[in-house]
Structure formats: structure tokens, C-alpha cells
Design a protein around this ligand. Structure first.
Ligand code: UT7
Length: 326
């Protein structure tokens, strides 16, 4: 089995900024409530002309340039998304065409906010077993397209963006362990009920606003803290490491209170946690992807550092990954 590492990172954030002050004009909320309950100050929104593949293409090009690879060098593209341009074809196929990565096999992964970690884990298997040499993994979301802008319980939380990594055989460091999980009995806590085969699009589904995100936030919150802490402990155990060995945690950015409660359970100092939620909101699969890219570019991750990716989301699903930065 080959050792697999990340050889390039990239990101793209849409230009439009939506602040808490803007949201105060849209729903019955306040900057004070959003800031204290979530840690979010602003988020980015895609332009009307931008779909998820448009964000993914820009992040992918950024990551390929960072890895010093050409699109033709890719033999695998995986996009983690719950907001594809359309039900099919996969965003990864649109990305292959836009990049000219004609030799890459392509598919999407639907694992919500844990999608980026799920996709990294799958790509790692391909490379470790010699089925692929260079893989592009993208977490890209246009959550603004499925957000109910009349629902203050959810519309203050989400943003749009894309992050990408290129994976290849690692000369030094690399992925030390991965850990994935799912509890489908909690699927009803967070979903978009309309538009699929259960409730195909109709005047009824539109009238009931079933094409938007529905979330039992409080229940998700409590499970998230426990799940993220357990995922961290399990993935570290698989790597033969302990919490004290971690240099930086890149958590899913759903709520700063969830992240800090998880850190407390693990006895992790706040300075070991990378946060971008204040500027970005929750971008589902793109949250961990962009946070990793930002942390590398900000010099928060250095060669030899031990990094923990830790995410959970709708499903419920969760995933964690320990990487020794090479
Ligand atoms: O990405 C993965 C999945 N998502 C998450 O992990 C999100 C997890 N959940 C959360 O982050 C939190 O549960 C929320 C931020 C969604 C909500 O925070 P909370 O502390 O759990 O608040 P709550 O839902 O218990 O609501 C408290 C109060 C309610 O008022 P009443 O019933 O106590 O009078 C809500 O109506 O806050 C009210 N509220 C708001 N008030 C002002 C809910 N949303 C807002 C709002 N502005 N935007």
C-alpha cells in the first residue's frame, strides 16, 4: 500500500459578502444573536450566474497550480457536494470537461458536511492501491440555493464556497489514518425533503417550501459535540497518536460553540483550532476544504505538523483524518 499525501491546496470564495447587518433587514434576527449563538459575522454568496461547478472549477485550478500538475495528469476527480448543479450528471463530470482532465474518472460524494473527509478517504484508497496516481478532491457548495431565506433558524448559518486538494503518493508524511461513520436513524434531523423521488417537485412541494434546508438545530448541536470528539479520539487511536500530538485541528465550521465544546472534551487548547466560520459561515463540505487551504497559506501548517480534519453533518455522517504534513 502506498502512502498518500496532499500535494496542493486551493480555494475559491464568491465575491458577494452577506453580513449579519444585511440579515437583520431580511428576517427577525440580530448581529448580537448570530454572533453569540454561532460565531458567524459574515458569509459569501454565489452570484446568480454561479453554480457549484463554477466555484469548484476555480478552486480546482488553484489546487492544480499549487501542486504544479496539469489537468491531464489527473486520473481521479471526486467532488463532495450536496448542492450539485443538477441531480445528474455529477459535478465531477462537469469539472472534468471544464478542466480538460480527459483521463480522469469522475463521481460525486453526498456526505454533507463530512463530504470532504469522505472524499479524501476514498481517493486515498485509489492511490494507495495503485488504481490512481493523482486525484483531485473538491468540497464545493452553493448552499444559498437551498437556504430558506424566510427561516431565521437556518438562513443565518450558511455560505457558499469551494476548496480543493490534490492527492498523490507521498514522499514524506501523508495520511496516517482515517475514520468514517454514519447514523442513518438521525436522517430526519437535517434534510432537504423536496425535489427528490420521495417528494418530486410540484406546486405542493414549492408551496410547503420543501426544497429548502430543514434542521432541528438544537438536537444536531448536541450530537455534533459528542460525535466530533469521538471521531477525533478514534482516528488518533488508529494513527497511534494522542490529542497532545496534534498541531492543528481543522474542524467542520458549523458553530463556534460546537467546536469549542468539542475542544474542551478533548482538552485541546483553543489556539490549536483553525476557525474561518466568522468570515465564511457554514459551507458544508467546503468548510473543511477551504479552512485547510487557508491554514496552509497562512503558515499555520508546516512540514512535519500533525493535522486533524474532523467533520460531521446531515445523515448523520462523520469523518476524521490525521495527516502528517509533508
Ligand atoms: O453543518 C452541520 C449541521 N448543522 C449544525 O451543526 C448546526 C447545529 N445547531 C446549531 O448550531 C444551533 O442549534 C443553532 C445556531 C442552529 C441554534 O442555536 P441554539 O442555541 O440551539 O438556539 P435554539 O434553536 O434553541 O433557539 C433559541 C431561540 C429560539 O427562541 P425561543 O423559542 O427560545 O423564544 C429561536 O426561535 O433563538 C431563536 N432563534 C433566533 N433568534 C434570533 C433562532 N434563530 C434565531 C435568529 N435570530 N436567527
Amino acid at each position: 500500500m502506498k502512502r498518500v499525501g496532499i500535494i496542493g491546496v486551493g480555494e475559491y470564495l464568491p465575491k458577494r459578502v452577506l453580513t449579519n447587518a444585511d440579515l437583520e433587514k431580511m428576517v427577525d434576527t440580530s448581529d448580537e444573536w448570530i454572533t453569540t449563538r454561532t460565531g458567524i459575522k459574515e458569509r459569501r454568496l454565489a452570484a446568480k450566474s454561479e453554480a457549484t461547478s463554477d466555484l469548484a472549477i476555480k478552486a480546482a485550478k488553484d489546487a492544480l497550480a499549487d501542486a504544479k500538475l496539469k489537468p491531464q495528469d489527473l486520473d481521479l476527480i471526486i467532488v463532495a457536494t450536496i448542492t450539485p448543479d443538477m441531480p445528474f450528471p455529477a459535478v465531477a463530470c462537469l469539472l472534468q470537461n471544464a478542466l480538460g482532465a480527459k483521463d480522469a474518472i469522475c463521481f460525486d460524494i453526498s456526505a454533507a458536511c463530512a463530504g470532504f473527509v469522505y472524499a479524501i478517504t476514498v481517493a486515498q484508497q485509489f492511490i494507495a492501491r495503485g488504481s490512481a496516481r493523482n486525484a483531485l478532491v473538491v468540497g464545493a457548495e452553493t448552499l444559498s440555493a437551498i437556504t430558506d431565506w424566510q427561516d431565521r433558524n437556518t438562513c443565518v448559518l450558511f455560505g457558499d464556497g469551494a476548496g480543493a486538494v490534490v492527492l498523490a503518493e507521498a514522499k514524506s508524511g501523508g495520511i496516517l489514518s482515517t475514520y468514517l461513520g454514519c447514523n442513518g436513524s438521525k436522517a430526519d434531523l437535517l434534510m432537504v425533503p423536496g425535489g427528490g423521488s420521495r417528494n418530486p417537485a410540484s406546486a405542493h412541494t414549492l408551496g410547503k417550501r420543501l426544497h429548502h434546508i430543514k434542521m432541528k438545530g438544537n438536537e444536531v448541536f448536541k450530537l455534533a459535540v459528542t460525535i466530533m470528539a469521538e471521531a477525533a479520539q478514534n482516528v488518533l487511536k488508529k494513527a497511534g497518536l494522542e490529542c497532545k500530538d496534534i498541531d492543528l485541528v481543522i474542524p467542520h465550521q458549523a458553530n463556534v460553540r460546537i467546536i469549542m465544546a468539542m475542544a474542551k472534551k478533548l482538552n485541546l487548547a483553543p489556539e490549536k483550532i483553525y476557525l474561518n466560520i466568522e468570515r465564511r459561515g457554514n459551507m458544508s463540505s467546503a468548510s473543511t476544504a477551504t479552512a485547510l487551504c487557508e491554514a496552509v497559506r497562512a503558515g499555520r501548517i508546516k512540514r512535519g505538523d500533525i493535522i486533524l480534519l474532523d467533520a460531521f453533518g446531515a445523515g448523520l455522517v462523520w469523518g476524521a483524518c490525521v495527516i502528517k504534513w509533508g
